[in-house]
Design a binder for this molecule. Structure first.
Ligand SMILES: CCCC/C=C/CC(=O)SCCNC(=O)CCNC(=O)[C@H](O)C(C)(C)COP(=O)(O)OP(=O)(O)OC[C@H]1O[C@@H](n2cnc3c(N)ncnc32)[C@H](O)[C@@H]1OP(=O)(O)O
Length: 398
């Protein structure tokens, strides 16, 4: 004999629209709203597909009543009125589905589609958690030097050293790698890097160079080169779309890495500066390859060799930035857009990204290895050491 628990489990297992069994009547089904605020626009087939996809992402079971309603609306929207024979009354699950579908009578397909989309959208809005973590104001250092949050299918990695303009310490490189590893396996669709406070990031923390191990500077340069290579490799191999939310000025490695991102959204306050010349350094983050490819060799040379700082608008014109937003509306506009992108079918997003990326990956690894080799030498050069000494002594750190 079929128990009520079995009926509910059966519904829970089978509510995903594919197979039509036969439906059962739920008494208050008709009480569910049919028109939920979609009077101005008609829902398209694409809206319906997006809504179906959205339902599959729901983590919380919406309950049998809603599932039956969604089932019925979907069938009506795609097949029209129910003309299947009524299932046996002991076939409880299929009878419930049949009843729900039949109850829609001759409701036009377009109206059913619209009602389905509206119902999904109202239920999604009701269950959505608060907006993604916004960076705290300068000085309010919640968490450590790196803050990782995961909400609304977006994993956000935030540089959180506003008092040091978010300069990246050795530990932060390691923590970013761990965060990327975790993000590649979590249920997020997008991974975002951003900064807390006035700066996006001021690049490598120049005091990283002062911590000389017993093996001397050669040992330091060797381990730094290994760390940098592993760090950049994580970005090259990262399997999901990477988004930079550049909230303010960006310097050094935080700029060069942008060539490995899929989207770069910048506040109009942001600037992009790679002062490798003055620091006695050479490019990293695969920028010696990605920048000339993106902006042409001479614009890339101006930035990477001669250290020309670009405004956000200039960086956008060169293809380094996807879009620039006014600082006053930056956070709101960018996060709204990113949340909309998470609603796209995730497998299609991943596949498109993979076909776009796979061809160049091997080349990027080779470029990374070459850049790290060159830097290992540069870090030992007099040009580089005196530039670092100048920076640190000006700030009383030597
Ligand atoms: C192992 C992997 C190696 C990867 C290699 C990567 C290469 C690079 O990233 S090269 C780029 C390195 N970064 C820089 O050259 C930037 C250096 N900083 C500055 O030029 C300035 O600080 C600034 C233009 C970013 C900001 O200037 P502003 O006058 O507004 O503020 P400051 O008083 O200078 O800074 C406040 C505070 O922050 C400290 N700080 C800022 N950036 C760094 C940094 N990159 N490394 C270490 N410390 C930094 C600065 O010393 C101040 O600290 P105090 O308040 O303690 O004096």
């Amino acid at each position: 004999m079929t128990t009520m628990a079995q009926v509910i489990c059966g519904l829970a297992r089978r509510w995903c629209f594919g197979a039509l069994g036969s439906p059962l009547q739920v008494p208050c089904l008709q009480a569910l709203p049919l028109h939920l605020g979609r009077t101005a626009t008609r829902a398209s087939q694409r809206d319906l597909e997006n809504a179906v996809h959205q339902v599959k992402l729901w983590k919380k079971d919406p309950g049998n009543e809603v599932k039956l309603k969604l089932y019925a609306l979907y069938k009506q929207a795609t097949e029209g009125p129910c003309n299947l024979p009524k299932p046996d009354m002991m076939d409880l699950v299929n009878k419930a589905k049949w009843d729900a579908w039949s109850a829609l009578g001759s409701l036009p397909k377009e109206t059913a589609r619209e009602n389905y989309v509206d119902l999904v959208s109202s239920l999604s809005a009701a269950s959505e958690p608060p907006s993604p973590a916004k960076p705290a104001a300068d000085g309010e250092q919640a968490g450590g030097d790196l803050v990782v949050t995961s909400e609304n299918h977006i994993t956000t990695i935030t540089f959180n050293r506003p008092a040091k303009k978010n300069a990246i310490t050795t530990k932060m490189y390691q923590d970013i790698m761990l965060a990327l590893q975790a993000a590649s396996k979590d249920d997020s669709v997008l991974t975002v890097l951003t900064g807390n406070g006035e700066y996006y990031c001021s690049g490598n923390d120049l005091t990283n160079f002062t911590d000389i191990p017993p093996g001397g500077p050669e040992e330091k340069a060797r381990t730094n080169a290994i760390l940098l290579r592993e760090f950049v490799d994580c970005f090259i191999d990262f399997p999901k779309p990477l988004v930079a939310v550049v909230n303010g000025p960006a310097v050094g490695i935080s700029v060069t890495l942008l060539g490995l991102f899929d989207l770069v959204y910048a506040s109009d306050r942001a600037t992009f500066h790679t002062p490798f010349g003055p620091l006695g350094l050479s490019p990293e983050g695969c920028s010696s390859y990605t920048f000339p490819k993106m902006m042409g060799p001479s614009k890339a040379a101006e930035m990477l060799i001669f250290g020309r700082k670009l405004t956000a608008q200039e960086a956008c014109a060169q293809g380094l930035v996807t879009e620039v937003f006014p600082d006053s509306t930056f956070q709101k506009e960018v996060w709204t857009r990113l949340r909309a992108y998470t609603k796209l079918p995730p497998n299609a997003v991943r596949t498109s990204r993979e076909v776009m990326r796979s061809k160049g990956r091997e080349r990027l690894h080779a470029v990374n290895a070459e850049e790290c080799g060159a830097l290992q030498q540069r870090w030992l050069s007099e040009e580089c050491t005196s530039a670092v000494v100048r920076f640190l002594s000006r700030r009383g750190k030597l």
